[in-house]
Design a protein around this ligand. Sequence first.
Ligand code: DX5
Ligand code: ZN
Length: 233
Amino acid sequence: MNTIKISASILSANFAELGNQIKETETAGCDWLHIDVMDGVFVPNISMGPFIVKTCKKITTLPLDVHLMISHPENHIDAFIEAGASTLSIHVENNPNVLRAIQYIQSKNVRAGLVLNPGTPASAIESLLPFVDQVLVMTVNPGFSGQVFIPEMLSKISSVYNMIKNGAHPADLQVDGGINSETLPKVLKAGANIIVAATAIYGHPQGIQAGLNAMRETIALNKNRDIIAAISE
Ligand code: DX5
Ligand code: ZN
């Protein structure tokens, strides 16, 4: 079983205090930092680019988990790797040469992830599973933090979990979107092991440390969970 990790999405951080917020995230014992890159074309929002990744790299030693929500991600892989990405995840949608991009990322000694939008079935990545370091199942429509978890995605998480379990190649299973104290036990039960959260951490009324503590407590309670083979809401 892969270890459970929390990846804090800075999309909901206070950017006027970004340096301090990232340091606080690290001190609070977070595992990874998740950086959401949006181009206003692939998703209806524009966010951060390689410059922010480079800035994060100067501030923290946390691994930088970069989620590319952009058209033609292959044109920008080098820039994000040079900026310091530890993992680069690209969407499978509208990407006929996705395996070439995955292999290129790995040739640079960076972890490569494949991302599934809510409308994309688990089967879309089945033949690519032997090649990837992680699969990210989106549990909201990509583009914004603070959205409501889509419960129908639980069965897809289970399907991907089973594909990974039954295959020869271990990959991490990440979830992203609408994770809170209510939805976290469900995604753990479905087999997710890398948990992305923005609002639950940066929007916690008692601050970053409290948000991470709450997630850690939920994870501890569900650690010895039985993963349900075919889960549905
Ligand atoms: C959405 C992003 C997420 C987002 C999650 O497109 O990929 O990483 O920041 O935000 P929450 O945890 O608030 O749903
Ligand atoms: Zn993300």
